[in-house]
Design a binder for this molecule. Structure first.
Ligand SMILES: Cc1cc2nc3c(=O)[nH]c(=O)nc-3n(C[C@H](O)[C@H](O)[C@H](O)COP(=O)(O)O)c2cc1C
Length: 157
């Protein structure tokens, strides 16, 4: 799932790295996962956790499947809420068999930053102010790390 394209960039980098039969699609176009051995499920952090559609996907269609979950977000490594928010993103994968988790920063688009700054919730406004520290992500380094992670996931039995 992607709104502004960041998670798509990571998904495409991961997809390039997968050998053998593979398929890449938006979550809402997936009908059944029955024939897949491993499913990479990616989504952006939204409002301090996983978007409802991603939660529903992990708890529904991906239930019981081997999944490798990846997320993009506006936070940087030592930002206080990062750990807790990432745990919230892993939560719905408890219904599945999660083989691994990857996260990286994704640029907060100008339009999104503006709308967050206009939100009445001060916590949302704080996120709106994070845009300068997110610019250019996912960058080459993020994509390289995503590819290395994907290779590890594929090698897991
Ligand atoms: C409505 C909305 C809420 C967001 N909330 C958060 C948040 O709580 N924490 C965060 O780190 N990033 C938040 N973001 C930023 C996105 O997670 C980040 O820009 C991500 O890379 C977007 O991925 P995409 O381009 O694939 O949609 C939010 C973005 C939107 C649009």
């Amino acid at each position: 799932m992607t709104v502004t394209g960041n998670t798509r960039k990571v998904a495409e980098a991961i997809f390039e790295e997968i050998k053998g039969a593979k398929d890449i699609k938006p979550m809402d176009e997936v009908t059944s996962l029955e024939t897949y051995d491993l499913v990479f499920v990616g989504f952006p952090v939204m409002r301090f956790g996983p978007p409802d559609a991603a939660k529903a996907f992990l708890e529904g269609k991906a239930k019981g499947k081997r999944v490798a979950v990846f997320v993009t977000h506006a936070m940087w490594a030592d930002l206080e809420p990062l750990k807790g928010i990432l745990e919230k993103c892993k939560d719905p994968a408890k219904c599945a068999d999660m083989v691994g988790f990857f996260d990286c920063q994704g640029e907060l688009s100008e339009a999104v930053a503006k709308s967050l700054l206009n939100n009445s919730n001060p916590e949302m406004q704080k996120f709106g102010m994070m845009r300068p520290k997110t610019m250019g992500h996912p960058d080459e380094r993020d994509l390289k790390a995503a590819k290395a992670w994907a290779r590890q996931m594929c090698a897991k039995k």
